[in-house]
Design a protein around this ligand. Structure first.
Ligand SMILES: [Zn+2]
Length: 100
Protein backbone atom coordinates (compact mmCIF):
# COMPACT_ATOMS: atom_id res chain seq x y z
CA UNK A 1 0.00 0.00 0.00
CA UNK A 2 2.84 2.37 0.86
CA UNK A 3 4.52 1.68 -2.50
CA UNK A 4 1.33 2.67 -4.35
CA UNK A 5 1.12 5.98 -2.42
CA UNK A 6 4.79 6.69 -3.16
CA UNK A 7 4.37 5.94 -6.87
CA UNK A 8 1.22 8.11 -6.98
CA UNK A 9 3.16 11.01 -5.39
CA UNK A 10 6.01 10.73 -7.90
CA UNK A 11 3.59 10.48 -10.81
CA UNK A 12 1.79 13.64 -9.67
CA UNK A 13 5.10 15.45 -9.18
CA UNK A 14 6.39 14.30 -12.57
CA UNK A 15 3.21 15.39 -14.40
CA UNK A 16 3.29 18.75 -12.59
CA UNK A 17 6.92 19.27 -13.59
CA UNK A 18 6.14 18.32 -17.21
CA UNK A 19 3.24 20.78 -17.40
CA UNK A 20 5.48 23.44 -15.86
CA UNK A 21 8.14 22.73 -18.47
CA UNK A 22 5.68 23.02 -21.37
CA UNK A 23 3.62 25.89 -19.97
CA UNK A 24 5.79 27.70 -17.42
CA UNK A 25 4.28 30.24 -15.04
CA UNK A 26 5.86 33.57 -15.83
CA UNK A 27 6.50 36.55 -13.60
CA UNK A 28 3.86 39.20 -14.27
CA UNK A 29 6.41 41.97 -13.86
CA UNK A 30 9.49 40.81 -15.82
CA UNK A 31 8.30 37.70 -17.69
CA UNK A 32 10.93 35.19 -16.49
CA UNK A 33 9.91 31.67 -15.43
CA UNK A 34 8.80 31.41 -11.82
CA UNK A 35 10.30 28.94 -9.38
CA UNK A 36 8.00 26.39 -7.73
CA UNK A 37 7.55 28.46 -4.55
CA UNK A 38 6.85 31.73 -6.39
CA UNK A 39 3.36 32.87 -7.37
CA UNK A 40 2.54 35.55 -9.99
CA UNK A 41 5.72 37.57 -9.34
CA UNK A 42 9.34 36.48 -8.97
CA UNK A 43 11.29 37.06 -5.80
CA UNK A 44 13.56 39.67 -7.40
CA UNK A 45 10.63 41.76 -8.66
CA UNK A 46 8.83 41.35 -5.35
CA UNK A 47 11.94 42.63 -3.56
CA UNK A 48 12.34 45.55 -6.00
CA UNK A 49 8.73 46.82 -5.82
CA UNK A 50 8.79 50.61 -5.31
CA UNK A 51 6.80 50.91 -2.07
CA UNK A 52 5.75 54.43 -1.08
CA UNK A 53 5.29 54.04 2.70
CA UNK A 54 2.40 56.51 2.34
CA UNK A 55 0.34 54.42 4.76
CA UNK A 56 2.65 55.65 7.53
CA UNK A 57 2.21 59.35 6.70
CA UNK A 58 -1.36 60.64 6.77
CA UNK A 59 -0.33 63.84 4.99
CA UNK A 60 1.16 62.10 1.97
CA UNK A 61 1.29 63.31 -1.64
CA UNK A 62 -1.86 61.44 -2.72
CA UNK A 63 -3.92 62.72 0.19
CA UNK A 64 -2.75 66.29 -0.43
CA UNK A 65 -3.82 66.08 -4.08
CA UNK A 66 -7.35 65.14 -2.99
CA UNK A 67 -7.75 67.61 -0.12
CA UNK A 68 -10.69 69.93 -0.80
CA UNK A 69 -11.75 68.00 -3.88
CA UNK A 70 -13.34 64.95 -2.27
CA UNK A 71 -14.81 64.32 1.21
CA UNK A 72 -12.14 61.82 2.29
CA UNK A 73 -10.43 61.15 5.60
CA UNK A 74 -7.39 59.33 4.23
CA UNK A 75 -5.76 58.38 0.93
CA UNK A 76 -2.61 56.58 -0.08
CA UNK A 77 -0.84 54.79 -2.90
CA UNK A 78 0.94 51.55 -2.13
CA UNK A 79 3.49 51.75 -4.96
CA UNK A 80 5.11 54.44 -7.07
CA UNK A 81 4.10 54.26 -10.73
CA UNK A 82 6.56 54.90 -13.52
CA UNK A 83 5.63 54.41 -17.17
CA UNK A 84 7.58 51.55 -18.75
CA UNK A 85 8.61 50.09 -15.38
CA UNK A 86 7.72 46.64 -14.06
CA UNK A 87 4.88 48.14 -12.04
CA UNK A 88 3.17 49.08 -15.31
CA UNK A 89 3.26 45.39 -16.37
CA UNK A 90 1.74 44.38 -13.02
CA UNK A 91 -1.10 46.89 -13.34
CA UNK A 92 -1.73 45.89 -16.96
CA UNK A 93 -1.94 42.19 -16.00
CA UNK A 94 -4.22 43.05 -13.09
CA UNK A 95 -6.58 45.09 -15.25
CA UNK A 96 -6.66 43.06 -18.46
CA UNK A 97 -5.48 39.52 -17.66
CA UNK A 98 -7.22 38.94 -14.30
CA UNK A 99 -3.90 38.42 -12.48
CA UNK A 100 -4.86 39.58 -9.02
ZN1 LIG B 1 10.05 39.18 -12.11
Amino acid sequence: MEVIKSNKFWLQQWSSDLIGLLFPDLCNACGISLFQNEHLICTKCLYDLPYTDYHIHQENRVAKQLWGRLPITAAMAMLYFRKGAKIQNLIHNLKYNNKT
